[in-house]
Write a protein that binds this ligand. Structure first.
Ligand SMILES: [Fe+2]
Length: 379
């Protein structure tokens, strides 16, 4: 068994106030560079870091499902400015882009040259990751997922030197997160927990993290969705659940839900959390023969009483469907993806690197059947 997660975590409400100290004393940086998106300024979060980041150059062009051309453009800027730290302030797209740009700062060429594992020659710049959503987990993982728009493919760029140096995780940064993003990013986190727990590389360490993440997310996501601005306990519980789920899947893996979500995200720009939420129950039904026992353990950890494994595993799938419904998550049909594209989506899902980690082998035909079932059932 091996567990590697070198990121230092600073977690707690109000910890953003320690930003200056973290940059200067912990990271010994004097020339940081900020990667963010335009939504962060609109949400008022930039105001909270105005003072510590006064005069810091900013790249705020990151879009959802960050694109290779955007990252390459940011990479050129970083090379020209030669900072000593890259700060990512935003959701998963921003954090992934910040990690990729930190790599390009010290290595030549384009981000697509580094697709795969440990393709860099020189260590990337240190990254300070500050998540502003409750789902990504990117602040504690070694991977950066970048969409290659020419290939319509999500590339994974990863390696042991790509973990952020520090994750500054302040649940108070969620106060302005719109409820639909609380729902979709929270369900992304739940998908991380369920897939990390059931995927083939799972270990006792990732299991412990995934079970506690599942408990926290089930307990706090509904209240956070209802009123994240005024419910500090729900904010903290959900943010911690998201962090632990990231620490779980980062050393285990995800599975078929993410394979489908990444295929759909690369083809139609569907938000990652929505795509995961749409497919989670259907993939769980497909995985049932291989994962029933583990589903029952998650159900027990979450607090669903059951007389036997079947009852517990079934309850978990039903409760996840009910949770998605109560959070007003779209159904697959609502996404209006043409049925004529299903074969291509199934093939793309099958080719995803995480397909092999799914607890039950999934063929392209199996993916097609899951897509058809999700489309027909319409949660
Ligand atoms: Fe995810």
């Amino acid at each position: 068994m091996n567990y590697h997660m070198p990121t230092q975590i600073v977690f707690g409400s109000g910890t953003i106030a320690r930003l200056t100290g973290i940059i200067k004393e912990k990271l010994k940086a004097s020339r940081p560079f900020l990667v963010t998106d335009k939504g962060i300024a609109a949400a008022g979060i930039l105001n909270r870091v105005k003072e510590p980041l006064a005069g810091v150059p900013v790249f705020d062009e990151i879009e959802p499902n960050p694109r290779h051309a955007t990252v390459d453009r940011g990479g050129e800027l970083v090379r020209a400015l030669q900072p000593d730290l890259v700060i990512g302030l935003g959701g998963g797209s921003v954090l992934d882009a910040a990690k990729a740009m930190a790599l390009l700062a010290t290595n030549p060429g384009l981000i697509e040259d580094y697709e795969g594992r440990e393709k860099y020659e020189t260590a990337p710049l240190p990254v300070l990751a500050i998540p502003t959503t409750c789902g990504t987990g990117s602040e504690v993982t070694w991977v950066s997922v970048i969409t290659h728009t020419g290939r319509r493919f999500k590339m994974s760029v990863k390696g042991p030197l790509m973990f952020p140096a520090v994750a500054l995780v302040d649940p108070d940064l969620l106060v302005t997160l719109p409820s639909h993003l609380v729902a979709s990013t929270g369900l992304d986190a739940l998908t991380h927990a369920v897939e990390a727990y059931t995927s083939k590389p799972a270990s006792p360490i990732t299991d412990a993290l995934a079970l506690e993440a599942s408990r926290l997310i089930f307990r706090y996501l509904p209240a956070a969705y209802k009123d994240i601005r005024n419910d500090a306990e729900a904010r903290e519980g959900l943010m911690l659940g998201s962090l632990l789920a990231g620490m779980a899947f980062g050393n285990s893996d995800v599975g078929a839900v993410h394979c489908l979500a990444e295929a759909i995200g690369s083809l139609y720009d569907t938000p990652h959390g929505v795509a995961n939420a749409v497919f989670l129950p259907y993939v769980m039904e497909f995985n049932y023969p291989a994962a029933r026992e583990k589903y029952a353990v998650i159900a027990a950890a979450v607090g669903f009483g059951a007389a036997n494994q079947d009852e517990g595993a079934g309850a978990l799938i039903r409760k996840i469907k009910a949770l998605s419904h109560s959070l007003s998550i779209s159904s697959f049909r609502d996404l209006r993806i043409p049925e004529g594209d299903f074969v291509a989506i199934a093939q793309k899902s099958f080719e995803n690197n995480s397909n092999a980690s799914n607890p039950r082998p999934v063929s392209a035909d199996d993916y097609l059947a899951i897509l058809k079932r999700a489309h027909k059932t319409n949660l």
